[in-house]
Design a binder for this molecule. Structure first.
Ligand SMILES: [Zn+2]
Ligand SMILES: [Zn+2]
Length: 112
């Protein structure tokens, strides 16, 4: 039983391919700017961009305050979700991110 009223219950994750293309593009831009700021330790700016990104796609900003994009190479997931749940792996020198669904279903190691 959930005690959260339906009006406030936003999903915790969403698949971006279900969004209109311009929303998807805008979301990617916000996330890219958030990453750019995080790399420069501009953490307030980064947090603000994550909050904007969550609002844009209509999901609950996770407790960690950070969203992650699933960049799984095993499927075309495009899931946006709580960064605290992210599983990462390296393929060569590039880091990829799997959402919990992908990590359960087809965990990758980068050595496939
Ligand atoms: Zn995924
Ligand atoms: Zn996947």
């Amino acid at each position: 039983m959930s005690v959260i009223s339906p009006a406030r219950a936003l999903p915790a994750e969403i698949h971006l391919h279900r969004m209109p293309t311009h929303i998807h593009t805008e979301f990617d831009q916000l996330m890219d700017r958030a990453d750019w700021n995080a790399d420069r330790r501009e953490l307030t700016a980064s947090a603000l961009l994550h909050a904007q990104a969550a609002q844009l796609i209509g999901i609950q900003l996770p407790a960690s305050g950070e969203l992650a994009r699933c960049t799984c190479q095993g499927c075309y997931c495009t899931c946006a979700f709580d960064a605290a749940q992210a599983r990462t792996y390296l393929d060569g020198t590039i880091e990829f991110v799997q959402c919990p669904g992908c990590a359960d279903d087809h965990p990758r190691t980068g050595d496939e």
